[in-house]
Design a protein around this ligand. Structure first.
Ligand code: PLP
Length: 374
């Protein structure tokens, strides 16, 4: 099998599995206890908090564990709604943001969805124009999960700070893949998720610059400084810890390999399959992301044919797969509706090989021919 859907999820690394094992077996103590067994659990939780903080140039007391990106995003938006009635975001956010915004709108919030250009980039000045006295949050994703475009986060952060508006970024696709510095980029809140960088599913975190301004999400036994109660997912945290350490150590090498393979794939697809466009920005994009719109085919049918060849790719984002509308991201960057259905996303990781990419291109060419003949 060739796995090329790393934006949906990544394969958990053997190091992460190994790091989790003791906490699923003998080291089962509840981190809230005071005996040694419990202390071992507490220690790994705090070590992970420190490692995550170091990875983004933050302090450990500013990191809160959550179940992943969706929870972190929802938390930030719910908090913002309690502090003001206007939130600015973009049209190309993940549904973890967009659907929570919809829910807040039904509760009376006013949400501005700023548009992006044809490459998926949002203009910080455009965001600034929408700021009003009720604005309690600017939320712009670090990198898009479908087309891979990396947003001008540092510029948005600078502008948000000048206007004294908290700035949140959904970095679920970016954390562990590209360098992030919350100080330099003036990020006030950041969401991330373990399973997007070879860690386990169901664990993630939220970075918060001013925790005193963060309202609790879950009430109970007072874990996570009383902001997010519930016994910690210790094994998940241990697995994410290992994934963070490897991601930081290997980031440069992984990026270089992914960019090489991705560029090879993109160039060959554009040269060898007629009537294909690459979506997203050509340079400001996630290393492993390629997103194509192929004229005269249906993306979902292509995904199924590729699956028959044991190749996993996606026809859009995992979360909107199965819906029969064209993706909101593809539509926001101006791909006409009739063409949008021909969109596929191929997201690789550094463990993919050139042979795998060659075979994928070979099957893509054949399967596109088959679909175009239908
Ligand atoms: N935000 C983005 C940009 C994503 O790509 C995803 C997952 O695909 C999420 C949020 C949701 O993260 P999780 O699966 O950890 O809930």
């Amino acid at each position: 099998m060739i796995y090329l859907d790393n934006a949906a999820t990544t394969k958990i690394s053997s190091e992460a599995v190994k790091a989790m094992e003791p906490y699923l077996n003998d080291m089962y103590g509840n981190p809230s206890g005071i005996y040694n067994l419990a202390k071992a659990s507490k220690e790994i939780v705090e070590e992970t908090r420190q490692n995550i903080a170091d990875a983004i140039h933050a302090r450990p007391e500013n990191i809160f564990f959550t179940s992943g990106g969706t929870e972190s995003d929802n938390w930030v938006l719910e908090n913002a709604k309690q502090r003001g009635n206007h939130i600015i975001t973009t049209q190309i956010e993940h549904h973890a943001i967009l659907n929570k915004c919809k829910e807040l709108e039904t509760a009376g919030a006013e949400i501005t969805y700023v548009n992006v250009d044809r490459t998926g980039i949002v203009n910080p000045y455009e965001i600034e124009n929408f700021i009003c006295k009720d604005t309690s949050l600017i939320s712009v994703m670090f990198a898009n999960n479908e087309i891979g475009t990396i947003e001008p986060v540092a510029q948005i952060g600078k502008m948000a700070h000048q206007n004294q508006i908290p700035f949140h970024t959904d970095a679920v696709q970016a954390f562990g893949h590209v360098p992030i510095d919350v100080e330099e980029m003036k990020i006030d809140m950041l969401s991330a998720s373990g399973h997007k960088f070879h860690g386990p599913k169901g664990i993630g975190f939220l970075y918060v610059r001013n925790p005193q301004e963060l309202l609790p999400l879950i009430y109970g036994g007072g874990q996570e400084k009383g902001k997010r109660s519930g016994t910690e997912n210790v094994a998940g945290i241990a697995g994410m810890n290992e994934a963070v350490k490897v991601a930081m150590k290997e980031m440069k090498a992984r990026r270089e390999k992914e960019i090489y393979l991705r560029n090879y794939l993109v160039n060959r697809v554009l040269n060898e399959i007629p009537y294909v466009r690459l979506n997203g920005h050509c340079a400001r994009r996630l290393p492993g992301n390629a997103n194509f719109t192929i004229a005269g085919i249906d993306g979902t049918s292509l995904v199924i044919l590729m699956d028959n060849d044991d190749i996993c790719i996606s026809s859009g984002s995992a979360c909107s797969a199965g819906s029969d509308k064209i993706s909101h991201v593809i539509s926001a960057i101006g791909v006409p509706e009739e063409m949008g259905y021909g969109t596929i996303r191929i997201t690789l990781c550094s463990e993919n090989t050139k042979d795998e990419i060659d075979y994928t291109i070979h099957r893509l060419k054949e399967n596109v021919k088959i679909l175009r003949r239908r």
